[in-house]
Design a protein around this ligand. Structure first.
Ligand code: GLN
Length: 200
């Protein structure tokens, strides 16, 4: 199984390192042929308006939305979480707004925590992970609505900050920068388990 990391903008290197530490084969995705060659994709933290713009510039937006609609596993952190949503609030200025890929039935508010405090960190309870995860939030979104098919994995200050819908995982924080590989391991396991059940 080959996991791609979208490498248009954002903290690509940290995700590649985290995936490799979790035992995955990981590679960058910048163009259509790269996307066609991977089984799953990580959308990194960065700036969702810029990544959206570059997805359109590189003719990747529609192919990526189609792969996600076909059930490709994906993991988005922060800006990546925003892009995976079905609806984005405070998406940015018209013409440069972050555009949702619709992979998770959720509404996300961009820069939601950022309006209160630019960045903060702390230990949060995360379903299936013990001990709690040290979570770093940087101008982070939060999730304001989830559909019935969405599992809430973590909250911070009362707001939903980690979710899963089928093979798609998203966190408002950045596990790729803390050295704790458990969230990436969870994603690698989702990708691997999916391929195992397909083979049966
Ligand atoms: N505020 C950024 C955005 O809107 C996300 C920040 C991040 O990825 N750390 O995309």
């Amino acid at each position: 199984m080959r996991i791609g990391v979208l490498a248009l903008q954002g903290d690509t290197r940290e995700h590649l390192a985290a995936l490799r530490a979790a035992g995955a084969e990981a590679t960058t995705v910048r163009r259509r042929t790269d996307l066609d060659a991977v089984d799953a994709l990580v959308l990194p933290g960065g700036e969702s308006t810029t990544i959206s713009h570059l997805l359109r510039e590189f003719d990747l937006f529609d192919p990526l939305r189609d792969r996600l609609a076909d059930g490709m596993p994906a993991y988005g952190s922060c800006a990546g979480m925003i892009l995976l949503a079905a609806e984005i609030l405070d998406a940015g200025a018209a013409g440069r707004a972050a555009t949702p890929l619709g992979a998770i039935d959720m509404t996300v508010r961009r820069n939601a925590f950022g309006r209160q405090v630019d960045s903060f960190e702390g230990e949060i309870e995360f379903a299936g992970l013990d001990p709690p995860v040290h979570a770093v939030f940087i101008r982070a979104p939060w999730v304001e609505r989830v559909g019935p098919g969405v599992q809430v994995l973590a909250r911070a200050a009362g707001h939903i900050v980690a979710v899963r819908q089928g093979p798609v995982l998203a966190t408002a924080f950045h596990p790729e920068i803390t050295g704790d590989r458990r969230v990436h391991q969870m994603f690698v396991d989702i990708v691997t388990d999916g391929s195992t059940s397909d083979d049966q």
